[in-house]
Each structure stands twice: as C-alpha cells, then as structure tokens.
Design a binder for this molecule. Structure first.
Ligand code: ATP
Length: 321
C-alpha cells in the first residue's frame, strides 16, 4: 500500500530490448518495490543485472514495456516529477575546457536561477564536494576522483528532493569513497531521498537504510541494514596451535571448515554447539587455543544467497581496502 512516506513507487516494471535476430531480451522483469521518503537505498547487482536500465526508466529516458513508476505519487514521466531529481550517470561526460566553476554554472543555467543565485549555488557546491580550491581549474586537469565530485555537485545543482546515483563510488580511492559516502549522508540529513547503485557491498552496508538485490532484472530481496546487522546468523572461528589436531571423531564434523597455516589450525563452523565440541577437543588433545571469535553473517553472504554465486559483486569484503 502506498503511504505518505513512500518516495518512489515501482509497480510491475518490465523492460526488454531488441536483440537483433535473436528477438527480444528481457532485462527488467516485473519489478515491484518502494523507496521510502528520506532513506538511502542501495541498489546492488552484478554487471548487467539491470541497475542502469532501472534508473533510465525512472528518469523517463526510456519507456517500460509495462508497469509504472511514481515519485511522491506523481507519474515519473511528468515534468514536475523529473524536476525533483538529481542524477549522476555511471559515466558522466564533461566539457574538458570548462573550469569546475564554469561547468557547475553551465548546469545551474539549465534551471530557472538568477545569476546571483547561480553564483551562490556554485560556490556552495564546490565547497560541499571539497573542490573550492579547484573552481578555476579546467576539468581536463581534474583527477578521476575530482571529476566524480563535480558529477555529484552537478546532480545537486537544482537542490533535488531525490538523488539517483549510478555507481557514485566507482573508480574512487578509499578517501574518495569516504567523502562520497559523507556527501550522501549529508544529503540525507538535509531530507533528501537517495538511491544509488553499487558493486561495493561495504559502501552499501555503511550508509544505506535498506538495499535491494537485483539479478537478471529481478529483485531477489530487500535487506534492511539494521536487521542484517543484528542477525544471529554467525560463524565461529577458532585458531589453535601446538601440534596436529584431529577432528575426525567430532559429531557434525562435516560442517567444519579446517585450514592449516604453518603450525596453526583455523577452524570455522556456523554451529555454536560444534564450536564448543571443537574447543573441548583442542583442550583434550593438548593444543594451545590462540583465538575464538564470532563473525556476523555479512550482507555479502545474503547477497550471494539471493543473487547466486555467479553474480558475486566486485569489491566484496575480501578485496576491500
Ligand atoms: N540499449 C540497449 N540495447 C540492448 N541491450 C541493452 C541496452 N541497454 C542495456 N542493455 C542490456 O541490458 C542488460 C542490463 O544492463 P544495465 O546497464 O542496466 O546493467 P547494470 O546492472 O547497470 O550493469 P553494470 O553494473 O555493468 O553497469 C545488459 O545485458 C545490457 O547489455
């Protein structure tokens, strides 16, 4: 049911593209979900899952085969709805010979603002994205991270109610990703609603209220971060050393993962009782316990379960900075 707190309502959305002589290729299948007012919503999915296509449908750049999208109750294709949006494309194009300030002034000039308002807005945005020092530098001299900041400043130029950001962290170094996360959070503090796509699970974990997992154009699940963070679904990891550890006699040993690194045994299991049995066995066999820890089931695990192994995203926790 649509309530006052719904910002984006997507109903029965489907889209296919012509695939030449192979016929039609369906890339969005019966999407049905809502994004709440003033939430940060992460849109997770592997390459080709359909994230950008969903955004283009929201922006009315392409039309759906069927289904509807509305923003705060108004049809997405209405001018008033589109005027509420700020959009950062996945690969924004910039005029390389404009300076940072000139580029933002150009984008601001597309809206109904006076010269004085534009100047004020441009200075504020340069400041917000940490580019106050580069307002007079031509964009061709900007680094990838600086260009991405101009991209987000451009998306904010009309002070939008809704921000649609296509892979805003892509290509950024850890500091750049942190400042992009901070900008997104400050936008939420100002009352904006934000949806952004990403392959990087930790960024989604850190700033989103909820995340939708898309695979092959289907929404597989929606995760509420608070629920995921307080999940009881954990893994126990035990490290010991001091000899050979034989766990063959333990009941339930098939669910144990055992790795030997040098003289250390690292044992992990998803079952607390089995972890207790392993501890008892370590004690009985006279080995030294080095550590015992539990790890919460991560969003990545939920992602892989929902989307399938083949759609494992880049930048998952193992290869995070
Ligand atoms: N104009 C088009 N014509 C034909 N196929 C298209 C078109 N646009 C997108 N597709 C196909 O639709 C599918 C979804 O593409 P989309 O760009 O939405 O994925 P994505 O989730 O954004 O991927 P990525 O993370 O790689 O950017 C892909 O298989 C893509 O090849």
């Amino acid at each position: 049911m649509v309530t006052d707190s719904v910002a984006i309502n997507i109903k029965g959305l489907s889209k296919s593209f012509s695939n030449g002589w192979l016929g039609k290729k369906q890339v969005i299948r019966d999407l049905d979900f809502q994004i709440r007012d003033n939430e940060v919503f992460g849109y997770l999915g592997g390459n080709g899952a359909g994230k950008t296509t969903t955004f283009k449908l929201m922006l009315d750049l392409i039309r759906p085969d069927k289904g509807d999208i509305s923003f705060w109750g108004g049809a997405a294709k209405d001018r008033t709805s589109r005027a509420m949006i700020g959009y950062l494309p996945e690969q924004p194009y910039f005029y390389a010979y404009l300076t940072g300030a000139e580029a933002l002034d150009f984008y601001a000039s597309l809206f109904d603002l006076t010269g004085a308002e534009r100047k004020k807005r441009v200075n504020h945005l340069l400041d917000l994205v940490g580019l106050a020092h580069a307002g007079d530098t031509q964009l061709r001299k900007f680094s990838r991270g600086m260009l991405q900041r101009i991209g987000i400043a451009q998306a904010l130029v009309n002070d939008p109610k809704l921000l649609i950001l296509d892979e805003p962290m892509s290509g950024l170094d850890p500091m750049g990703r942190k400042s992009m996360r901070d900008i997104i959070l400050s936008c939420r503090d100002q009352g904006k609603t934000i949806i952004f796509s990403s392959h990087i699970i930790s960024d989604v974990e850190m700033i989103c209220d909820r995340a939708g997992i898309l695979a092959n154009g289907e929404l597989k699940s929606i995760i509420t971060m608070d629920d995921a963070m307080s999940s009881q679904d954990s893994t126990w990891e035990i490290t010991c050393q001091g000899g050979r550890l034989d766990l063959s006699g333990i009941e339930g040993q098939s669910s144990i993962k055992q790795v030997v690194r040098g003289n250390r045994h690292i044992i992990s299991t998803g079952d607390k009782e089995i972890a207790d049995r392993v501890m008892a066995e370590i004690n009985r066999q006279g080995l030294v316990l080095v550590s015992f820890s539990t790890a919460r089931k991560s969003i990545e695990d939920i992602y892989i379960k929902s989307a399938g192994q083949n759609t494992r995203p880049a930048g998952s926790q193992q290869d995070e900075y």
